[in-house]
Design a protein around this ligand. Structure first.
Ligand code: GLU
Length: 384
């Protein structure tokens, strides 16, 4: 067999995807496993969104859409940014993609030259450094500390900037830590981007999952150099429908659109139609988000209290649906700790290794309160 390209030979598989798949496979085999792996809401999408998907079928919306997404969806996205964030985008400043993951990938591919640096905060989502490297760039990491609730120090961000820096990446609420950055820190990132003439990529996927404090998008400060990365997966419980969207300066969106037109073309036509309902039927969606937020908050409180009581130190995150837990009491090595949790407690988690969070694992509480309680009991039994 002929060889493979170096870019994939050196590419690690996504551990969030891999551990979630492993937990699903065990469940399929009948193993009683509690999956706290993937960041995937356990709620069904709201009924008005499901109904819009049925309507899309009835209307026969089965053809390709424009690469950039349907006009209706791009208008709905622009209206969402206006309504919720006070941001003004023309529809041609919006690109719909196959999940926020593709939005981000398009963006890195559109701005990075070989050797360009992207400053990101660790613990980070596993796909950030991988995507930067695929684009020929170099991830430069700023570490946020557990004792600071995983909120980074702006001085560390400043110190990481070099003449090769091209992009600052900000993700608040954060996957995998759940940290929500205060507005003055977000503004600090924006000021650094302005001062050093950098792109600012603001991954806002978890906007609607904030329990304490307030969501702030970096685009509020420097929209002319910010790409907002967003999508339907988290706040609207539409993970499998694969709808992401980006909004930002026209030349960047146009470049991302050219790239997408030569790779995947437009996103799924039925899912785009359903996402219009998720965005435009404002009151119904807000009620759904309030309901899910209250449920996540309760689970978070139970989980964080329970883990700390068991001696597994876990900061209380203000957002998203993840906690970063210190598992050195189970095993100093986080991969071995994750294996013990799976094999002996039947609780599936993602080891911190690929998030650059040594000694820790990520646990998702996008699972029922009952499962969260059961997981805590199993961990307690494991710890003896
Ligand atoms: N973003 C989710 C997670 O971190 C989904 C899996 C993935 O694409 O990484 O679990």
């Amino acid at each position: 067999m002929p060889g493979l390209a170096e870019r994939v030979n050196s590419l690690k598989a996504s551990s969030t995807v891999a551990f979630a798949a492993r937990a699903k496979e065990l469940a399929r085999q009948g193993v009683d496993v509690i999956s706290m792996t993937a960041g995937e809401p356990d709620f069904l999408p709201p009924e008005h969104v499901l109904e819009a998907a049925r309507e899309a079928l009835r209307l026969g919306l089965t053809k390709y859409t424009a690469t950039e997404g349907t006009a209706e969806l791009r208008e709905a996205v622009a209206a969402k940014f206006k309504r919720e964030n006070g941001l003004t985008y023309a529809p041609d400043q919006v690109l719909v993609s196959n999940g926020g993951k593709q939005t981000l990938y398009n963006a890195f591919m559109s701005v990075i030259e070989p050797g360009d640096e992207v400053v990101m905060v660790a613990p980070y989502w596993v796909s950030y450094p991988a995507q930067v490297q695929l684009a020929g760039g170099v991830p430069v990491v700023v570490t946020a500390r557990a004792e600071d609730g995983f909120v980074p120090d702006l001085a560390d961000v400043r110190a990481a900037i070099t003449p090769r820096t091209k992009v600052l990446l900000i993700n608040s609420p954060s996957n995998p830590t759940g940290a929500v950055f205060p507005p003055e820190l977000v503004r600090g990132f924006a000021e650094l981007a302005e001062e050093h003439d950098l792109w600012l990529f603001s991954d806002d996927l978890y906007e609607h999952l904030v329990y304490d404090g307030k969501f702030t998008t970096a685009a509020a400060y420097v929209p002319h150099r910010t790409l907002v990365v967003h999508g339907a997966s988290k706040g609207y419980a539409l993970t499998g429908w694969r709808i992401g969207f980006g909004a930002g300066p026209k030349p960047l969106i146009a470049a991302m659109n050219r790239l997408q037109g030569q790779s995947t073309s437009g996103a799924n036509s039925l899912a785009q139609h359903a996402t219009v309902a998720a965005l435009n039927e404002v009151e119904k969606t807000a009620a759904f988000q309030a309901m899910t937020r209250a449920a996540y908050r309760e689970r978070r409180d139970v989980l964080v209290t329970g883990l700390n009581r068991l001696g597994l130190s876990t900061p209380l995150p203000a957002g998203a649906f993840y906690v970063m837990t210190d598992t050195t009491a189970i095993d100093p090595d986080e991969e071995r700790a994750a294996i013990k949790l799976l094999d002996e407690a039947r609780v599936a988690v993602v080891p911190g290794t690929d998030f650059l969070a040594p000694g820790k694992v990520r646990m998702s509480y996008a699972t029922s309160l009952e499962q969260v309680r059961e997981a805590l009991q199993r961990i307690e039994a494991l710890l003896g």
